[in-house]
Design a protein around this ligand. Structure first.
Ligand code: CTP
Length: 409
């Protein structure tokens, strides 16, 4: 079951019910399958499980308040509901079901449910009389008609002592339902081939020395994973990095810029190219066959550099040009204007521009887990909030899907 879920992301809304404790196990099972989980804990949910246990298990902050400035700065409620591949409500209470069925949005959970453009899967849990009440029946019917998916409730003895339908589905059943809903949605890029470059290149000076940069490859690997997750046939051409390769992509390991270009060209035609590698712009004009020695008699050796091929520009102008070519722009100042110029200079469709200058807190984008980028297209630019590299990847893939669906290319 695992490979289909790996790299996906779920927004879990935990409603108020005794079954909320099972949601902790659900988070653990999802994380073990490499699914990113963000959680919204309703006020009532917070009476059954603590924000601390939810945060510890998801590894991300818990979102609780519609009007929280800190939450909104980290990730706005609209973004929160759209960055996920699937929204899961467990336990889904009569209250949450009723609000969504009626279009009521008066807290973070109900607002996120109304604002999402993703599938919603609900795992109801409530007293059997409540579940059978005409009003909850109406909500369930309306929601099903609107395309909301359900798992459970199961028959069984309930915490309140009664017997009948109302018990929340078991965590493993919910995981299976999540996998099924993700697989049904996962094919948005099916039939398309994506080519991604990642990491640094190394340009040898002699058999043991090279010129390189600090690129970790994290952003490019996350993009390859997200593209494969959306069903694209994905090839990742990677410079030397220390990351485990995603299992469902074809990995081609290279060392130099020229090898990276040759590997990319050999993979054409492709539909999508995302060039996120930090390719060395220059290489030593020649590689010494044996190690360059210190020699007391002579001056320090001079290194002459020659320019490397520009892989992004080469693919943009290739006779087999991919339908959508996306480049990155690592900038330290005038981020957007430099990216706009880079976009036309290199012939790319989109540029993801990021500020790679070291922040005041000493953190650098290179090697870090977070990224704050701007998407620059032919029609303008949009600033994305600071988010994890995985979230940047998912958001980019959503844009790619929309672009192919609207056939604007
Ligand atoms: N790129 C490439 N081949 C190169 C250099 C860069 O494919 N030889 C790609 C990168 O993968 C990225 C984009 O071009 O998608 C921009 O990279 P960046 O380093 O920001 O641009 P440079 O061309 O190096 O421009 P400069 O350093 O002058 O800003």
């Amino acid at each position: 079951m695992e490979p289909g879920m790996r790299g996906k992301s779920v927004l879990l809304i935990i409603g108020g019910g005794i079954a909320a404790y099972k949601s902790l196990e659900l988070i653990r099972l999802l994380r073990a399958r490499e699914v990113t989980v963000r959680a919204i804990l309703t006020k009532a949910g917070g009476e059954f499980v603590t924000p601390l246990s939810v945060a510890a298990l998801t590894g991300t902050p818990v979102y609780q308040d519609l009007f929280s400035l800190t939450d909104e700065v980290q990730m706005g409620h609209i973004e929160l509901s759209r960055a996920a591949d699937l929204v899961v409500v467990a336990p889904a209470t009569a209250d949450l079901m009723g609000k969504l069925a009626a279009g009521i949005a008066n807290d973070l959970a109900s607002t996120a449910l109304l604002a999402t453009d993703k599938k919603i899967l609900m795992a109801p849990a409530m007293n059997v009389r409540m579940w059978e009440s005409p009003s909850v029946r109406r909500s369930a019917e309306t929601l099903a008609k609107d395309g909301v998916l359900f798992v459970g409730p199961n028959d069984g003895e309930m915490a309140c002592g009664e017997f009948g339908p109302g018990r929340m589905a078991e965590p493993l059943e919910i995981v299976a339902a999540i996998e099924k809903s993700l697989a049904a949605r996962g094919g948005a890029l099916k039939g398309l081939k994506a080519l991604v470059t990642a990491g640094p290149t190394q340009e040898p000076l002699d058999p043991v020395r090279f010129l390189a940069n600090r690129s970790s490859g994290k952003q490019g690997y996350a993009i390859a994973r997200a593209l494969a997750g959306a069903g694209a046939d994905t090839v990742l051409v990677s410079g030397p990095v220390e990351i485990a390769p995603p299992s469902d992509v074809k990995l081609l390991k290279v060392t130099t810029a020229r090898e990276m270009l040759a590997a990319c060209e050999a993979e054409l035609p492709a539909d999508i190219a995302v060039m996120s590698a930090a390719v060395a712009d220059w290489r030593p004009d020649r590689m010494a066959n044996s190690t360059i020695k210190k020699d007391g008699e002579k001056k320090s050796p001079a290194i002459t550099l020659v320019e490397n091929p520009d892989i992004l520009a080469a693919l943009s102008r290739h006779k087999n040009r991919p339908r959508l070519v996306i480049g990155f722009a690592a900038e330290t100042d005038n981020v957007v204007s430099n990216a706009v110029a880079k976009r036309s200079r290199k012939g790319a469709d989109w540029i993801i521009a990021n500020d790679v200058s070291t922040k005041e807190n000493g953190e650098s984008v290179m090697g870090g887990d977070r990224n704050q980028v701007h998407l620059v297209t032919a029609t303008g630019s949009e600033r994305w909030p600071d988010m994890s590299k995985t979230d940047v990847a998912h958001r980019l893939v959503q844009h790619i899907i929309q672009q192919f669906q609207s056939e604007k290319i």
